[in-house]
Write a protein that binds this ligand. Structure first.
Ligand SMILES: C[S@@+](CC[C@H](N)C(=O)[O-])C[C@H]1O[C@@H](n2cnc3c(N)ncnc32)[C@H](O)[C@@H]1O
Length: 309
């Protein structure tokens, strides 16, 4: 088991600036990871507090070490951020950061089974106590379900062939490891497409990881449940890593920023809907050239910020 936790915090300055931190405020980092963003938040606090959440115990441990100097200002909670109401209880917050997806540490720790570059049991759980693994998915989803996951979450044009090759292969024996899956994907993708562009397993691995961790399903309900837990003027900053996530964040902000939804021919408003958020970033913020050079993994990152009214 690797002990070092290495993760480059994406758009650190932009996210921290976007939160407009008040030294006495209460801040919530929903995805503490290696504690890079959290550290920048606590450094700016005087009497304020940070609540640092992650579902991965390895992340909580790493963030704890990184923030040890500030332990009087931090409360750690190991939880899925979809259960944020129970983490916060009666506490109201002045800012929220969500840096979605997996950390480099998770990707690069072979035994977590996230990486097509390392041979390991198929796993991909961010929460190692969760019951559902990539192995379960690959061996038990119907061909139709596999196709849906690989096509919708991976945007993989060979989703049908890959699903059918997986189903053929597992009829012989269960698919147990990342490299077994990589070989099946390579066989399924026609040579002309396989040998150019990114690694042929990249999209399928991303798709399976998203499904195993229910990554997309929880974004909108989490933003909606956070809104009433934020103090007026508080900011929410969300960093996403692919277009599907970004679209959900953008549309949820837009929905919370819009008021009355009554038909235009209604003489008076009967829905009573009032805007909850003001959108701060009309267009998403993206990493600058220097960051892209230092951390190519930030290539697809987008940051969107909204403010509680
Ligand atoms: C991109 S990393 C965050 C890195 C962090 N901002 C830093 O600067 O080190 C994402 C982290 O969020 C955690 N995570 C992802 N989805 C989560 C969820 N639904 N609930 C709790 N933690 C989650 C992952 O376990 C991972 O540690």
């Amino acid at each position: 088991m690797e002990t070092g936790f290495s993760h480059y915090s994406v758009m650190k300055n932009e996210a921290i600036e976007g939160l407009a931190i008040k030294p006495d405020g209460v801040y919530l980092d929903c995805t503490a990871g290696g504690g890079g963003h959290s550290l920048e938040i606590v450094k700016r606090l005087e009497n304020g507090k940070l609540i640092a959440v992650d579902q991965d115990p390895a992340a909580i441990e790493a963030a704890g070490r990184r923030l040890s100097e500030y332990s009087d200002k931090v409360r750690f909670a190991r939880s899925n951020f979809s259960e944020i109401e129970s983490v916060l209880g009666d506490t109201r917050v002045d800012g929220v950061l969500i840096d979605l997806g997996v950390s480099s540490y998770q990707l690069d720790t072979p035994e977590r089974g996230f990486s097509y570059n390392h041979d390991a049991p198929l796993d991909m759980r961010m929460n190692p106590d969760a019951a559902f693994t990539a192995r379960e998915l690959v061996n038990n989803y119907s061909e139709q379900e596999l196709r849906r996951v690989i096509r919708d979450w991976g945007e993989e044009r060979f989703a049908s062939r890959i699903s059918s090759f997986i189903v053929d292969e597992r009829e012989r024996r269960p698919i147990e490891t990342t490299f077994e899956l990589v070989e099946i994907i390579k066989k399924a993708i026609p040579a002309a497409a396989r040998d150019k562009g990114p690694h042929p397993a990249k999209r399928t691995f991303q798709a399976i990881r998203i499904e195993v961790n229910r990554e997309l399903d929880i974004i909108e309900p989490t933003i909606r449940s956070l809104a009433p837990l934020m103090n007026s003027g508080g900011r929410i900053a969300i960093i996403t890593f692919h277009s599907l996530e970004d679209r959900i964040v953008k549309q949820t902000y837009q929905s919370l920023a819009s008021g009355c939804t009554c038909p235009s021919d209604f003489p008076i408003c009967v829905c009573g809907k009032k805007p909850t958020f003001k959108i701060i970033t009309k267009h998403p913020i993206v990493p600058g050239e220097k960051e892209l050079e230092e951390n190519p993994r930030s290539r697809s990152a987008k940051l969107r910020i909204a403010e509680k009214i």
